[in-house]
Design a protein around this ligand. Structure first.
Ligand SMILES: Nc1ncnc2c1ncn2[C@@H]1O[C@H](COP(=O)(O)OP(=O)(O)OP(=O)(O)O)[C@@H](O)[C@H]1O
Ligand SMILES: [Mg+2]
Length: 394
């Protein structure tokens, strides 16, 4: 029997919300954070790029990785009866990279040489994969800091989430590869021979980039080589954490075929890497009666009569106004019913296909934007209290 979200919140050390763009990953990460605080766990929500109002609600400012602390009293003032405070933070790639270099360089002097290197400014933010790697690095820092019982990680949209989860492994592959090691080794014959000034290779390269730029790059990697063993070891630890029993993945999708397909493909790819998703939240499910879609053709007539009976036509209108109004209401009800029917079908299909392996939950579309703590609390409670699959909304 798959674990309920409440069990995941109560027992895991890391929860990761993954899914395609705009499906509600950040909102759910924050709501699960509130639910964990309500249940008394010391929790940190690590967000990637929250929408402005949600960031404000969590006290976060752009490009600031400082941990924001929301006390039990402040949570109570927002209607969240929490037993533990809620911490939230945003990822800052550059600062995490600085800490990684300082930690793994063999000496403070080498660390300084790397940090001061002109190429470092570019590399620390623009190197392919650096954002993804640093996010997992920061996650690991927070999980092992001893400050938290649970860290909830919001991730970028699925196209990047896999890069993100795969980053430690790719880093291990690159840094551990003999060719790369040969290239960056200071005494490497490859470097001194092939890349010596005036060599065929260097003359060739000069056509694309300046020699100075290229030797700067080699020099940079030469310094960085010092840190590689540390990087590789840490990447292995991150990989082990994410595929181990302390981590759980929550897939998030909307009620549409595209995001459902993407969540399914994410599930397959996660499994291929030894990471097993534990729950699937189908978000923004329209919570109205699907039977309205097939409403009785006599419905507008009945609504018109009801309008006349309550005097809704009294303010200058007549029975035909009431009738027009009734048809408009019946049409809207039918359309909402059709949308609810299609959303319920989507939830049922996800449940039928995956309900045996993971907990499938349908989270209703909220009437107001969930960008404040009160709303996040309501969502967190809905998710934590739904102990088993919810095949469809009433
Ligand atoms: N259950 C819900 N009811 C109503 N609105 C919702 C619900 N869940 C999320 N939203 C809204 O949907 C929008 C997208 O949510 P969110 O930013 O959490 O998605 P995301 O997956 O993190 O997006 P991105 O991939 O861009 O990071 C936001 O405006 C959010 O307030
Ligand atoms: Mg987001």
């Amino acid at each position: 029997m798959p674990s309920s979200l409440a069990t995941l919140i109560d027992t895991k050390r890391v929860l990761l919300c993954v899914g395609s763009g705009g499906v509600g990953k950040t909102t759910l990460a924050a709501a699960l954070g509130v639910a964990a605080a309500v249940r008394g766990r010391r929790v940190l929500v690590l967000t990637v790029d929250p929408a402005k109002r949600l960031a404000n609600a969590l006290g976060l400012k752009a490009f600031d990785e400082h941990v924001q602390h929301i006390s039990i009293a402040d949570l109570a003032a927002m209607g969240c009866p929490a037993l533990a405070p809620l911490d939230a933070s945003m990822l800052d790639v550059k600062r995490t990279f600085d800490r990684v270099v300082t930690r793994y360089a063999k000496s403070p002097e080498t660390a300084q040489k790397i940090l001061d290197h002109p190429f470092y400014q570019q590399a620390s933010t623009a190197l392919a994969g650096s954002q993804e790697y640093m996010a997992t690095e920061r996650l690991y820092e927070c999980v092992t800091s001893g400050d938290y019982e649970l860290v909830i990680l919001d991730t970028p949209p699925s196209e990047h989430a896999l890069d993100f989860l795969d980053a430690p492994r790719r880093l291990i592959d690159l840094f551990a590869s003999p060719a790369f090691r040969k290239l960056i080794a200071p005494s490497s014959r490859v470097r001194t021979g092939v890349f010596r000034s005036g060599s065929v290779v260097m003359r060739g390269l000069q056509r694309f980039t300046s020699i100075e730029m290229f030797s700067n790059l080699l020099e940079f990697f030469g310094h960085l080589a010092d840190t590689f063993d540390g990087f590789v070891e840490r990447a292995r630890q991150v990989q082990a954490l994410l595929s181990g029993p302390d981590a759980a993945f929550v897939l998030v999708s909307a009620c549409d075929a595209v995001s459902t397909d993407q969540a399914e493909s994410l599930q397959t790819q996660l499994r291929a890497q030894g990471m097993e998703p534990s729950a699937w939240v189908v978000n923004r499910v329209l919570a109205c009666d699907p039977a309205l879609a097939d409403a009785d053709p006599a419905l507008p007539g009945r609504i018109a009569k009801a309008l006349v009976a309550i005097g809704a036509d009294a303010a200058g209108g007549d029975a035909s106004d009431a009738e027009q109004c009734a048809y408009a209401i019946a049409n809207v009800a039918r359309r909402f019913g059709a949308m609810a029917k299609s959303d319920a079908a989507c939830v049922s299909s996800v449940t039928a296909r995956h309900g045996a392996d993971l907990t499938v939950l349908a989270l209703p579309r909220r009437a107001t934007e969930p960008d404040n703590l009160t709303e996040l609390f309501a969502i967190g409670e809905l998710l934590a209290q739904a102990s088993q699959q919810v095949p469809a909304v009433a």
